[in-house]
Write a protein that binds this ligand. Sequence first.
Ligand code: PSU
Ligand code: MN
Length: 305
Amino acid sequence: MKTIPFLDIHPDVAAALAAQRPVVALESTIIAHGMPYPNNVATALQVEAEVRAFGAVPATIAIVQGRLKVGLTPVEIEQLGQGGRDVVKVSRRDMAFIVAARQTGATTVASTMLIAAMAGIRVFATGGIGGVHRGAAQSFDISADLIELAQTPVAVVCAGIKSILDLGLTLEYLETHGVPVVGYQTDNLPAFYTRDSGFKVDYRLDSPAAIAAAMQAQWRMGLQGGMVVANPIPDAFAMPRTAIDAAIAQALQEALAQGIRGKESTPFLLARVSEITGGDSLASNIQLVLNNARLAAAIACAYQD
Ligand code: PSU
Ligand code: MN
């Protein structure tokens, strides 16, 4: 294993990596900023259990007192969940400063991918990725997640892209940067709470083994970037599109009126959409993350470097 300063790999994860057993990375911004307490902690622990049940070792990633942690203890997960939005949200540009100041921070998709890659983990499960925001032509708000996907070799299993974002522009941006978007058992790009956004994925693959084979081909030929694996929310938990569209429209309007920008934008929109839709969207959110954890574990089991 590479020796990288500041990196602490949990013994369970280190043992699995050394034996080339499957490992799935998990992010922590979804815990601190993506769901309310205590559902966030319960979900994070359930996601880890689901990864284990499907034959892989979970590695939840965060920065704890200046250390890049690959694999958290339940106590650390509880602290991130309780801290909620008081916990610093750490994307790539923040990492050095949080580490140097020995602070604790929740990692986004971008920084989780980076730390996973440092540890040699190739598969990562989350809910939704960041993207190009609506109105980006004015605001220039494009998530660092997309740039990370262009340069870091990790496959990110998600439930597609939440329509707080501009899905069409996000797909264009990913195409420009050479990031493939794979649909798991679907031709359609899912939109997080709903199974179909009206956009197509680049490639439909129907088995974890087929996805693992594409990952292997991409990295064996030395292509640097990652891959988006879009896994639609199970039918039983999908939300009516009208309800979710209305909530998103309201949240976007409030963000505009309040001048929310920069790194606050996504957490604000996530929180408002979940408040406006009440418990419905939270229940869907939890189920889609569990669903992604299962697929990520199956891909990790099928993947070989
Ligand atoms: N989208 C979601 N749920 C989330 C996030 C995005 O549906 O929890 C979080 C992820 O951690 C993602 C981050 O990496 O927000 C993106 O933030 P930004 O747009 O500021 O890059
Ligand atoms: Mn942004």
